[in-house]
Design a binder for this molecule. Sequence first.
Ligand code: 5GP
Length: 129
Amino acid sequence: MASIFTKIISGEIPSYKVAETEDYLAFLDINPNAKGHTLCIPKKDVDKIFDLDEPTYHGLMEFSRQVAIALEKAVPCNRVGMTVIGLEVPHAHVHLIPLNSMEDARFINKTKLEKEEFEEVAIKIASFL
Ligand code: 5GP
């Protein structure tokens, strides 16, 4: 069965897209730890990140690096953190999170954003790519 993220890639489920290549997609997390929280995924529907074939894994890391650099320019923060969990969605993904304190990395305190705020931050990150 196609993962939620594969449905986001196909456009069946809407998302706030930040960046897209032939093989990868970056979009905003719908329940962000902090404004600008972005998910980077391979278009290949593989559950666990370390099960990706080596070129796809390294490509995902490089794609995530480029998005993280743009994110740090777009969203004022102490630094951008990278986390891999995958307990909720069985499609490999990297979380990029603007961090100002450890709280932002803990997936407990969430930030509520309006549609316009999601749209604005997605466009801003994309503008630095
Ligand atoms: P994980 O699998 O790493 O534990 O968490 C999955 C992440 O995907 C969560 O942070 C959650 O908010 C996000 N997420 C789950 N479903 C959707 C969705 O339909 N759209 C978006 N943009 N994010 C989602």
